[in-house]
Design a protein around this ligand. Sequence first.
Ligand SMILES: *Cc1c(COP(=O)(O)O)cnc(C)c1O
Length: 385
Amino acid sequence: MKSKPRQSARSPAPRIRFVDLHRQHVELQQDIAAAVARVIAGDAFILGAEVAAFEEAFAAYCGAAHCVGVGSGLDALTLALRGLGIGQNDEVIIPANTFIATALSVLHTGATPVLVDYNPETYTLDPGCIRPAITSNTKAVIPVHLYGRPADMDRINAIAAEHDLLVIEDAAQAHGAVYKGRRCGSLARAAAFSFYPGKNLGALGDGGAVVTDDGELATWLRKARNYGSDVKHHHEIVGVNSRLDAVHAAVLRVKLEHLDRWNASRQAVAQRYHEMLPGTSLALPARAADGEHVYHLFVIQTPARDALAEQLAANGVETGIHYPIPIHRQPACGKLCRVPAPLQRTEQAAERLLSLPMHPHLTAVEAADVAEAVRTAADTMQHVV
Ligand SMILES: *Cc1c(COP(=O)(O)O)cnc(C)c1O
């Protein structure tokens, strides 16, 4: 969730916000204040006991052996790739419809991102696109659990095993999402999470983590994030400075206790949207089994996207677009990626996707209000489109 909420110059201040962190922080005000005070009193701000305690709790939550906290989701991806030996002359297959960080992480290792289209049912990497994209340089695949829905991991892992490819989950939007009884973060060799404030589990600033069962990788990451060192003044690898701050770790530990309840609340909002929106001309996200989809975003598609967003804004409902410019059209990296086949779905989606307000503190009344506003706008627009 990084594109700016849409609001035209003429629109009133939103009645219903796209994301509302204020309510989350009011709810936990005392516990968060106590956690921050504990860090200050403990006088340990970088790594240390708070970070270790959160790492242990989050690894257990994901059902994995290790969690290594780092400075951001982007760093989690980049370091996981580096730690697994991805670098120059390698190719890594990623979905084209994702946040830019997925592609940048590959580029930061010196490897080439190979962009493929998404599966319209799940909005995640289409496993059918993997085989045709493989060359002798392909080393890894990064499925992104986009919008909070797990990618088709069984098929992706099976194809990867056949071709000896590493699989690294981009779980930045999928804290707590479940795939066939197992949590995202435990479905491949390693997984990268982001704790950007607006994610399902968010810190008070930037943060991220790699979750893995691979003890050797975890050991490498603990050095890599800390200038390549785990013994003071001894630097064994070319590391970076990318550590999860103690204050964020302490706050994340408070929030982790509430994650399942918050995800259930997101699912209830999605349920309300599903109940109130069919019968309109909009394409809704396909439903998933219980617990499977944690609705980081609730993304609909309509050819009249811009008109709908305008009408909603005029009605005080804030929306977003994820993502309006596909990776291969970005000036920073479009030319640095390989695109083995036309990205028709991604291209079309960039013009049609619209993300409705979605956060765990959206009330039932507000969700119904959003749905009603969408229905009304869609009905009037049917005469226009
Ligand atoms: C947010 C996000 C990231 C990057 O996380 P940061 O903490 O912002 O660096 C990576 N991938 C996806 C899919 C994301 O949504």
